[in-house]
Design a protein around this ligand. Structure first.
Ligand SMILES: *[C@@H]1O[C@H](CO)[C@@H](O)[C@H](O)[C@H]1NC(C)=O
Ligand SMILES: *[C@@H]1O[C@H](CO)[C@@H](O)[C@H](O)[C@H]1NC(C)=O
Ligand SMILES: *[C@@H]1O[C@H](CO)[C@@H](O)[C@H](O)[C@H]1NC(C)=O
Ligand SMILES: *[C@@H]1O[C@H](CO)[C@@H](O)[C@H](O)[C@H]1NC(C)=O
Ligand SMILES: *[C@@H]1O[C@H](CO)[C@@H](O)[C@H](O)[C@H]1NC(C)=O
Ligand SMILES: *[C@@H]1O[C@H](CO)[C@@H](O)[C@H](O)[C@H]1NC(C)=O
Ligand SMILES: *[C@@H]1O[C@H](CO)[C@@H](O)[C@H](O)[C@H]1NC(C)=O
Ligand SMILES: *[C@@H]1O[C@H](CO)[C@@H](O)[C@H](O)[C@H]1NC(C)=O
Length: 907
């Protein structure tokens, strides 16, 4: 009966009133004594809350806090539910005075611009302010003006566009300042050097330029200084060694140059010193290793040179980690290394030894667990059996890029229990036999060798082996195991000599997440039994085989990447695809798929890359919405019809000005076997670029080579993130929309071979990143815009139009022997174009199953081997040309950094 209350609800309601009474009563009681915050501070907090949005979609990202991936949580959401702001989430008050002294709003989904009058000014007793990992933008002008007690300030992982904090007012109480993980730009404000009480200063992950202010030398209470992942350049300030209390100095991923200060040993309390991925030169200062407190040194990926020498090592050495990978050191491994008896992790890769390696040096390092001796340029062959006999605790061994021999006859007498072995590019012809008994082995990389024959049966029965890379060998098949162990999660078998049908055996590997069998000679159809993997498979890459038949019909609910490009697949896109609820990449290029444009693709909420290129797709493309799509290539099909003016209205993934790519960057953390890098070929003016291992989604639209007609939709101007736009070789008519002038990060525009008329919009002259453009073979007329970028084009980019003129064109065509109208492609012009094209890059990467793994309380193994990883610049695909800005941001965003002190240090 309507309105009747059963007894349970009565009890609940009673309880509710009781509880809220107790609660409010408690507040009232507490008020006169302690904790009830001051009204003006409460108002300031509420006002601050109202200055920013705190809801989806701003919550769609991950934060990295203390080395753990954390899902954001809107702390301010519950503010105001009770009166005592001292009880609000993230707020800490002084227990006696009730003054708000700490505000921790890290990772709280806050989105919006800071104003110069931010109400934070009304919280003058703050000693700690942590605003890291949000979506703040704008300036925080004068923010610090009244925050005179601040000891901690963390504004990291935001999108502040400027940092014009003023030092007016008394801010000398600040003890901790954290501005990291934001996008502050401009110079690091030198007034920070006046916050002489600071003990902790964190500026990492911003867009700072310029030098580290020398005023930092004043911060003599500082114990932690973090300045990673910015664009800071120049030398370290000579005042740096004044920071004698410093225990933790982190300078990774900058553009810092010069040598390390010779008197660096003044930092006599230094424990953790990281300066990876900079451009430091010179030799290591001999005083460095005299600092007795040192535990951790990471100087990888710099240009240090000379002999690697440790000078007078302070004894006993506490050093546990020493990583000098990828420098220009030359000469043998110093014998004094045997004094670093507490080393757990040692990385010397790319040390140009030019001499044999004496492994007996390492026999004193009883704790050594992780040894990276890749690419040592040693003239001798390293005998793996011999090497292993020197180690008992070794867990990680990297010998890639050396010539390694494996004698399978004499087995190693007491091999250590390896967890990870990397022997990529070692000229090995057979799988090391001793691996059979390495039951703790989890990761095996034996790619780029000359391994012949079949994958042996025992590989599938190893208890812990979860990641195997056998790509680029000459393997011809799989020996199947009748009872495979369910451990295999990531199997990379691309670029081998695998032929015949894909063995149904792979369907029995029930934990498989990544299956990459691309670049083989598999034929026949994709086995139906793959459906057995529909609950686990995250990446399926079958690119470049000879597969025929249709796509699988199963619902792969965990699939993120499906790449079946360059096969002979036929039929339609399976309708089950719409239920692949986390699909990010769908690439079916160069097959014979005959289908219409599937409007339901827009129901894939995570779809970021859609490549239908070179198939038999046909008919109109419906107006759809794509919330995350960043790359779409539907070129070289038979799509036709017109595109309504508002066609791109709901393509929000491309109109967000980088928000998506910024957040998704934060997923790319880990070891390279645990995650997958999609690679992609972007084709532009006939130049194919294979793009691999690049982490940023490079926003692209390619509709070329279809039969579209009518006008180019003006709504194209909404796609503010777009870098490459190719509409060539269609039948578009009308004018080039002037709204394209809003595409401020556009780098490549091709509208050639259409029926466009009217002027080239003058607005395009303001697009300062527009490096490549092509307007040829249309009916354009009038004045060519005057921007610098127009002056850098080839004459041929304007050929075969009606009457184009203007100073830019005169300049462009002046150096040519023939006038614009007759200009044909010349060898020189092609070369120039290549310059511009070569940095047009795309790709994404992610860690399959990470969210799942973490949610299940399972700690992925790669997290245990957390380390700074070198970003790969796929075979010179990035060239700077005159356009340093986009490339720079690209570089920054494809860098994977593991700034995870606790994990890294104990790994
Ligand atoms: C991070 O770790 C440090 C030391 O392990 C700890 O003191 C600090 O409270 C942690 N911070 C957070 C936000 O969990
Ligand atoms: C702060 O400034 C912004 C714009 O400058 C304005 O819209 C807003 O109303 C101001 N807020 C307060 C509290 O003064
Ligand atoms: C650093 O210390 C030296 C003396 O130890 C002093 O002369 C110098 O002024 C200091 N530099 C700064 C920037 O504080
Ligand atoms: C394949 O491995 C060989 C060494 O065996 C190496 O020279 C070659 O560059 C590798 N190819 C690819 C595509 O990685
Ligand atoms: C593997 O395939 C390559 C290219 O298809 C061929 O040249 C080579 O002879 C094959 N090797 C083996 C061992 O089958
Ligand atoms: C696509 O399929 C239709 C029939 O459904 C057929 O008429 C057409 O020729 C096919 N196109 C191609 C390129 O195979
Ligand atoms: C588009 O192409 C189809 C054939 O695939 C044809 O039937 C249709 O009339 C064309 N539509 C337009 C608008 O040209
Ligand atoms: C282009 O940007 C300007 C200013 O931001 C705006 O007024 C205009 O509506 C935009 N046009 C389109 C088509 O987005």
């Amino acid at each position: 009966m309507k309105g009747s209350w059963n007894s349970t609800s009565m009890i609940l309601v009673t309880l509710y009133f009781l509880l809220s009474f107790v609660h409010n009563f408690g507040d009232v009681l507490a008020a006169p004594t302690r904790h009830l915050c001051r009204p003006e501070q409460r108002d300031a907090l509420l006002q601050f809350k109202n200055e920013f949005q705190s809801q989806n979609p701003s919550c769609d990202y991950n934060c990295l806090i203390n080395g753990s991936i954390v899902h954001p949580h809107p702390k301010t959401e519950s503010w105001g539910n009770n009166n005592d702001c001292c009880n609000w989430e993230g707020v800490t008050c002084n227990a006696k005075s009730g003054e708000v002294i700490e505000l921790d709003l890290s990772c709280s989904c806050l989105l919006g611009r800071f104003h110069s009058n931010s109400s934070l000014q009304n919280l003058p007793f703050l000693t700690t302010l942590d605003l890291s990992s949000n979506g703040f933008s704008g300036q925080i002008l004068a923010l610090a003006g009244n925050l005179s007690h601040l000891t901690t300030l963390d504004l990291s992982f935001n999108r502040f566009s400027d940092l014009i904090l003023s030092s007016t007012g008394n801010i000398s109480q600040l003890m901790s300042l954290d501005l990291s993980y934001n996008l502050f730009s401009g110079q690091v404000p030198s007034w920070i050097g006046n916050l002489y009480k600071l003990t902790s200063l964190e500026l990492s992950s911003n867009n700072f330029v310029g030098e580290i202010p020398s005023s930092f030398g004043n911060l003599n209470q500082l114990t932690t200084l973090g300045v990673s992942r910015t664009y800071l350049s120049g030398n370290l300030p000579i005042s740096l060694p004044n920071l004698t209390r410093l225990t933790d100095l982190t300078l990774n991923f900058n553009l810092l140059t010069g040598t390390l200060p010779p008197n660096i040993s003044s930092l006599s309390n230094l424990k953790y010193f990281q300066a990876a991925e900079n451009a430091f030169t010179g030799t290591l200062p001999s005083s460095l290793f005299t600092i007795p407190s040192l535990i951790y040194i990471i100087l990888s990926d710099n240009q240090f040179n000379g002999n690697l020498e440790f000078g007078n090592i302070s004894l006993p050495s506490n050093l546990k980690t020493l990583d000098v990978n990828n420098n220009n050191f030359i000469g043998p491994i110093p014998r004094s290394i045997s004094k670093l008896v507490n080393l757990k992790r040692l990385s010397l890769s790319h040390l140009n030894t030019q001499s044999p390696v004496d492994f007996s040096l390492f026999s004193h390092l009883k704790s050594l667990e992780d040894l990276n001796l890749s690419h040592l340029n040693t003239p001798t062959t390293i005998d793996l059996n011999d090497v292993l006999s020197y180690f008992k605790s070794l867990r990680f061994l990297y010998l890639s890029g050396n010539h390694v021999s494996v004698t399978n006859k004499s087995s190693v007498s007491y091999p250590p229990s390896l967890y990870q072995l990397r022997l990529s590019g070692c000229g090995i012809t057979e799988l090391p036999e001793f691996l059979r008994t390495q039951h703790e082995m989890a990761v095996l990389d034996i790619s780029n060798n000359k391994i012949k024959g079949q994958v042996p049966r025992w590989l599938w029965t190893q208890t812990n082996l979860d990641s195997v890379n056998l790509s680029n060998n000459t393997i011809t098949g799989f020996e199947r195991a009748s009872v495979p162990k369910p451990s295999m999660m990531n199997f990379f078998g691309s670029n081998n000599n695998l032929t015949g049908n894909i063995p149904s055996f792979v369907c029995t590997l029930r934990s498989l997440r990544i299956l990459d069998l691309s670049d083989n000679n598999f034929s026949g159809s994709i086995p139906r039994c793959m459906g057995n993997l529909k609950k686990t498979l995250s990446v399926l890459n079958l690119r470049r085989n000879n597969l025929s038949g249709g796509l699988p019909e199963h619902i792969f609910e965990r699939l993120r990447t499906l790449d079946v490009g360059h096969n002979q697949l036929v039929g339609m896109l399976p309708r089950s695809l719409r239920f692949f609820s986390i699909l990010e990449v769908l690439n079916v290029e160069s097959n014979i798929i005959n289908d219409t444009f599937s409007f339901w693709l827009s129901s894939l909420p995570e779809l970021q890359v859609l490549v239908l290129r070179s198939n038999a797709f046909h008919g109109p493309i419906h107006q759809v919405s794509f919330s995350k799509l960043r790359i779409i290539d539907i070129s070289h099909n038979q799509f036709n019809g017109t595109l309504p003016t508002e066609y791109f209205l709901k393509w929000s993934g491309m109109s967000s000005h980088g928000t998506n790519s910024y957040w998704s960057d934060q997923k790319y953390i880990g070891d390279d076997m645990g995650y997958y890098h999609d690679s992609l070929v972007l084709i532009n003016r006939g130049s194919a670029l294979e793009l691999e291992r690049i982490f940023k989604l490079y926003t692209t639209i390619d509709f070329s080579g279809n039969k579209f007609e009518g006008e180019i939709p003006t709504s194209i101007g909404l796609l503010k993130d777009i870098r490459v736009l190719n509409l060539a070789n269609n039948a578009f008519t009308g004018r080039i929309p002037s709204s394209m002038g809003n595409l401020t990060v556009l780098e490549s525009l091709d509208v050639s071979q259409n029926k466009l008329s009217g002027e080239i919009p003058q607005e395009l002259g303001n697009l300062s990143f527009l490096a490549y453009m092509n307007f040829a073979h249309n009916q354009l007329s009038g004045l060519i815009p005057g921007g610098n970028q127009f002056r850098r084009q080839n004459c041929s980019a304007f050929e075969d139009n009606l009457v184009l003129f203007g100073p830019s064109l005169d300049e462009v065509c002046r150096n040519k022997h023939t006038p614009a109208s007759q200009q044909n492609e010349t060898p020189e012009s092609e070369e120039e174009e290549e310059e511009f094209l070569s940095w047009i890059a795309a790709g994404i990467g992610f860690i399959p199953g990470i969210a799942f793994g973490l949610a299940m309380g399972y700690k992925p193994k790669w997290l245990m081997n957390f380390k700074v990883q070198r970003a790969q610049t796929s075979g010179g695909a990035l060239k700077l040309g005159s356009l340093t800005k986009p490339v720079k941001s690209l570089l920054a965003e494809k860098i994977v950094e593991a700034e995870a002190p606790p994990l890294t240090r104990e790994a």
